[in-house]
Write a protein that binds this ligand. Structure first.
Ligand code: ADP
Length: 312
């Protein structure tokens, strides 16, 4: 699998939705696309999969140009699957029949695929008797039965509760490990996506703002826009010039008030599993501190230690 996008652009009427964007997706890669609503994530996925005609540039799959819907009888590229946020399964079908109808493989392999997608016990259900998470996994199995090499998933976690989200996460891990499928996921769930992705692409207003490892984007986001996509952050004056640096709350610790350059009063305390997230007010500034000690109290005067080398 190799996919290269070269200076692809897309506009609707007067609005440019994708600015010239270059992207190479590596074989077996897990790429996460993040960005605010309307930043062009869905448009990008549809352009990559041949479901939208480009205004400029090219998408190359294995070196050959991916054609848009105006050039093909059936829109889309046979080796690329796009699964949208809203799963639309045909009603009045049993899952097993719907899968068989679309599948390009033997029935026995469909059963294995059903197990992989954790829908093995749903095969004899009617499609309108499925929960949202189950519908999504059925739609995923249908797509996989067509043997895509690249799977593009548009916000697959957005309407799922925790248990369905965990199941889908396991399915995607299995797919990646055992089937060697390359995955691109649009997501609004920083915690899941940070632990899962090999690389992340942050978009804003139709442009790629930053691309890199999850650690790079989380620890060294280019700007506050990218920082906020992945969770809470602080802007802390650093160095001689006092330039503002983006620092995550986990890098800060509560210490004795007089032992640090930064100090303030705890305004808010939020339970956070193995610690607490404290909001500390310091003159005009507010700092977020994730501390393992949950026993500090609101109103307490504290110092803030900035740990710039947590693993050193
Ligand atoms: P995202 O997935 O990041 O939320 P989209 O790719 O869906 O963003 O949309 C990017 C921009 O393109 C938005 O401003 C949206 O309103 C606009 N857009 C998307 N599809 C269409 C369309 N079919 N016609 C006109 N504008 C569209």
């Amino acid at each position: 699998m190799s996919l290269v996008a070269r200076a692809i652009t897309k506009s609707y009427a007067e609005q440019t939705v994708l600015h010239p964007l270059d992207l190479t997706i590596e074989p077996r890669e897990r790429l996460a696309v993040i960005g605010e609503t309307g930043s062009g994530k869905t448009t990008l996925l549809k352009c990559l999969s041949g479901l939208l005609d480009l205004d400029g540039g090219q998408v190359l799959y294995e070196g050959a140009r991916v054609k848009g819907p105006s050039e093909r009888l059936l829109p889309g590229h046979p080796a690329i699957s796009y699964l949208s946020q809203s799963v639309d399964l045909r009603s009045h079908y049993r899952v097993v029949d719907l899968l068989e109808r679309h599948s390009l493989q033997e029935q026995e392999l469909d059963r294995k695929l059903a197990d992989l997608c954790r829908i093995g016990d749903l095969l004899h259900r009617m499609t309108d008797q499925l929960s949202g998470g189950e519908r999504q996994r059925v739609a995923l199995a249908i797509e996989l039965s067509k043997h895509p090499q690249l799977l593009l998933l548009d916000e697959p976690f957005s309407h799922l509760d925790n248990s369905h989200r965990n199941i889908l996460q396991e399915v995607l891990d299995d797919l990646h490990q055992h089937q060697g499928i390359t995955l691109v996921i649009v997501s609004h769930h920083p915690t899941e996506i940070l632990g899962w992705a090999d690389r992340m692409l942050a978009m804003r207003k139709g442009a790629c703002m930053q691309i890199g490892s999850p650690e790079e984007l989380y620890e060294n986001p280019k700007d506050a826009y990218i920082a906020q996509l992945l969770g809470p952050y602080n802007l802390i004056p650093m160095g001689k010039k006092g330039d503002l640096t983006i620092i995550r709350p986990e890098r800060l610790r509560i210490v004795e008030p007089n032992s640090s350059a930064l100090s303030g009063v705890i305004q808010k305390k939020q339970y956070a599993g193995n610690g607490a997230l404290y909001t500390v007010q310091s003159n005009e500034d507010t700092f977020l501190v994730m501390d393992q000690n949950r026993h500090h109290s609101i109103g307490q005067e504290v110092g803030i230690f900035v740990d710039l080398n947590p693993n050193a």
